[in-house]
Design a protein around this ligand. Sequence first.
Ligand SMILES: NC(=O)c1ccc[n+]([C@@H]2O[C@H](COP(=O)([O-])OP(=O)(O)OC[C@H]3O[C@@H](n4cnc5c(N)ncnc54)[C@H](OP(=O)(O)O)[C@@H]3O)[C@@H](O)[C@H]2O)c1
Length: 264
Amino acid sequence: MGQTHLEQLFGLRGQVALVTGASSGLGVEFARGLAMAGADLALLARRFDRLQTVAKECEALGVRALPVKADLSDEDQIDAAIEQVTTQLGPIDILVNNAGIAPVSRAEHHDKAKWQQALDINLTAVFLCTQKVGKQMIERQQGGRIIMISSVLGEGANSVHKTIGYAATKGAVTNMTRQLAVEWAPYGITVNALAPSWFPTEMITDPRVGRVNDTQRERMELLTPMSRLGREGELLGAIVFLASPSASYVTGAILHVDGGWRAW
Ligand SMILES: NC(=O)c1ccc[n+]([C@@H]2O[C@H](COP(=O)([O-])OP(=O)(O)OC[C@H]3O[C@@H](n4cnc5c(N)ncnc54)[C@H](OP(=O)(O)O)[C@@H]3O)[C@@H](O)[C@H]2O)c1
């Protein structure tokens, strides 16, 4: 049976996608979206039990799914993870650099260890994964898709949380996206960033109350023209689009999914 029109536009059947930070939050949604479009999934993070649960969910959608335990602060573990994915699933067609952290403390007290953690995970690991997977894509000569998960806070300040390292690294990721898009355009590799505003995940949960705290939520809503946080499912279409055949001429783009946050 031939492909439907929708499959021609957005189908990812037979492609291999690696999603970092797939054990919680937005990474789970990205994995789910790519699986819904037919991609086989490699799911990377440190919490293996969580990855196994996500893998089962993806497999139930009719694709292969491989949980891969790795700490992105360790380059040897990144190398081993990429090797495991290519051996067990095949060459990576789609890389989603989603893993990230947001160490909180006021800029004047932000210690060097916190600063370094943000740099290691949000920037250096993103660069290393991209460089290693991108090199394979170049050698393979079949193009590829690289999707950065940046943030609207890569283009403006965060007046809700005190996260200087996060602001600095997301700004860098956003511009790294543009630089890579230009350098790798001749190879048919598109490099784009998804820039969400606020979505209620572990990252923005106040551990004291187990959810986004009310004062911060009010401020987020005030800063958002749609007066609400993002909901589960509202990033599915964006990730599939950037990975799909439909986005073949889209590169260096920063796609905001933000309830209008960047429109003020
Ligand atoms: N939530 C939002 O409002 C929002 C808005 C804009 C952008 N973003 C971006 O979206 C991405 C996902 O964030 P989230 O909100 O979904 O947060 P989250 O639920 O805290 O997820 C973070 C993910 O990163 C992984 N990770 C962290 N450190 C790691 C390490 N050393 N090695 C491997 N994996 C590591 C975590 O897995 P393990 O702990 O299992 O390793 C987890 O899967 C981040 O890049 C974030 O900046 C989020």
